[in-house]
Design a protein around this ligand. Structure first.
Ligand code: FES
Length: 571
């Protein structure tokens, strides 16, 4: 197997010195004729969702050795949702760059990527797409269900739900503290169909993860067996030279989008799948999400849009069972990391009728269409995203209301609970300048809190619109990812207090009801913000090069898949 060599201007010396250091690792020269498998170990105690992965890494190594490969662990940066400021999305592209470069620069023939928390798996799939060496995604798996007082708890849908009830005065200080202690009860990532579970499920549907990889809880022995199988499979993939670009085809991405619609998954997946596609030279337009949503029934009864959680989904057969149910809708001839096609992977799967409340039949779905809708209109010329099935007050899906405008996250935080704020249950709360450039990093602030005074009146949902994102575990009448964003002159930044906003979900339209002339006039008056924060280093680079939400928020210089890796190896 040919390896790229470090050039000292002397190929013989280069090989000689590398031999010394391969021996230093404890291997014989002969060993390195076997497939060398990198294991991108993202273990971190700060990224809590990856703090338990070491035994799985050990099992992957065993699998690699059993299949005749040489496993070599290496680190990359590792980011978790809870302890990364200002938002992990600011760093997704940094993880993608780090991972791509390490896959490309190191003398490995294939790689297993240890994902888990929200932004890790998308970044790793983007990296795998660009580096294009054989790769398998493996995640640490979801947490087990939490429980309090006979009620199932899920991170972080219930973090949000109970916090709102606490603020409304419905839950006591003692109770909220007891609930808090049970919200994240075991190792693993969040256990509702939030962003982490959604991306893992999409990865499985597009063939980049072994069957069962998404839903198997972090704590069950089955996950160790999967880890070992992953180690064996990556060696086989290398031997067959099946690369990510062979697996993540346009049709495979379509399978992932259909899966996203059938599970009512995270809105964040729209951005990530777009970014992954662009890396592969696949032009995925937002319209395509609507087309696939229209023809994909919502089948998985999972929170935040449904009732159950990942542990229950696992018991029901997980992604393989759901894919079996969706079989007539899928592109079945796509090759996967098992080396087999999707059709072959799900051939013997039987959906257990006992769990029909979790995975609904195709002819009797939870809803006839998918869980995500892309909206367009004069407020969002390049699109906006909504999860209509996660809305609490369905009346808000067809709604006209007066805009209450916050011009930044800080402004929102300062004024949302001002008793003088002119807001009622029919107001439409607008958050500006929280997009990819504006914030920067497009934080998960789109589930704008209901003002305390309205919570106390019993209001639990309002129409909220922003150019930022929300957590995949969040819920409510929330319109996200409005593009173009306010900071670059998008119409959302031109909305004034008191403008009337109209959402027409039936038609998929989001408008501000002002004349075209008035909108044009406001555009001419727009002054781009002068940023005084994040004026150096990586965040500066991010602000200068990040693309808008409808384009996947990747960097403009990373979307092309071709030049970098092919040039690097032409010494
Ligand atoms: Fe990592 Fe929720 S905090 S997946």
């Amino acid at each position: 197997m040919k390896r790229e060599s470090t050039s000292y201007g002397d190929a013989g010396f280069s090989e000689f010195i590398k031999m010394a250091f391969r021996r230093n690792l404890g291997y014989d020269e002969e060993d390195f004729k076997k497939p060398v498998i990198g294991i991108c170990n993202t273990y971190s105690e700060v990224n809590r969702c990856h703090s338990h992965v070491q035994p799985m890494v050990a099992a992957i190594k065993q699998g690699v050795l059993m299949a005749g490969g040489i496993p070599l662990e290496f680190p990359t940066i590792s980011i978790g949702e809870m302890f990364t400021s200002p938002t992990t999305m600011l760093y997704r592209n940094l993880v993608a760059m780090d991972t791509e470069e390490m896959i490309s620069a190191q003398p490995i023939d294939g790689v297993v990527l240890i994902g888990g928390c929200d932004k890790m798996a998308p970044a790793q799939l983007m990296a795998a797409a660009s580096a294009d060496k054989p790769a398998i995604l493996f995640t640490g798996g979801p947490m087990e269900n939490g429980e309090y007082n006979g009620q199932t708890l899920g991170a972080c849908s219930d973090c949000r739900f109970y916090w709102q009830e606490y603020k409304a005065g419905e839950v006591s200080e003692e109770e909220i503290n007891n609930i808090n202690a049970q919200l994240a009860p075991t190792a693993g990532h969040c256990m509702v169909m939030g962003s982490a579970s959604t991306i893992a499920s999409c990865a499985e549907a597009m063939g980049m993860m072994l069957p069962g990889g998404a839903a198997t809880p972090a704590t069950v022995n089955e996950r160790l067996r999967l880890a070992k199988e992953t180690g064996k499979s990556i060696v086989e993939l290398v031997e067959k030279n099946i690369k990510p670009s062979d697996i993540m085809t346009e049709k495979a991405i379509e399978n992932a989008i259909r899966l996203l619609m059938a599970v009512g998954g995270s809105s964040n997946a729209v951005i990530h799948l777009t970014a992954i596609s662009k890396r592969l030279g696949i032009n995925l337009e937002l319209d395509r999400f609507n087309e696939l949503s229209d023809s994909t029934p919502f089948l998985a009864n999972l929170r935040p849009a449904g009732e159950y959680q990942m542990q229950d989904f696992y018991n029901a057969g997980g992604v393989p069972a759901l894919l079996k149910e969706m079989e007539p809708l899928l592109n079945l001839e796509e090759v996967t990391v098992t080396g087999n096609t999707l059709r072959e992977n799900i051939e013997d799967i039987v959906v257990n009728p006992v769990y029909r409340n979790i995975i609904k039949p195709l002819d009797n779905p939870l809803y006839p269409e998918g869980g995500i809708r892309v909206l367009f209109g004069n407020l969002a010329p390049n699109g906006a995203i909504m999860k209509p099935k996660a809305v609490i007050e369905k009346r808000l899906l067809q709604h006209k209301g007066r805009a209450v405008v916050f011009n930044s996250l800080e402004d929102m935080e300062n004024r949302i609970n001002d008793p003088e704020l002119e807001v009622d249950k029919d107001s439409v709360m607008i958050l500006q300048n929280a997009g990819p450039v504006g914030a920067p990093g497009m934080p998960e602030a789109g589930m704008i809190p209901i003002p305390d005074k309205l919570l106390k009146q019993g209001v639990r949902d309002m129409l909220r619109i922003s150019d930022c994102r929300m957590s995949g575990t969040a819920f409510g009448s929330v319109v996200l990812h409005v593009a173009p964003e306010a900071a670059i002159g998008g119409p959302i930044g031109l909305i004034k207090e008191g403008d009337i906003i109209e959402l027409n979900m039936e038609k998929g339209v989001l408008d501000v009801l002002i004349s075209e002339e008035e909108l044009e006039k406001r555009k001419l008056d727009f002054n781009p913000p002068v940023f005084t924060d994040y004026d150096r280093g990586y965040p500066k680079l991010y602000r200068e090069h990040v693309l808008q939400a409808d384009e996947g928020c990747d960097f403009d210089f990373l979307t092309s898949n071709k030049s970098q890796t092919s040039m690097r190896f032409t010494h």
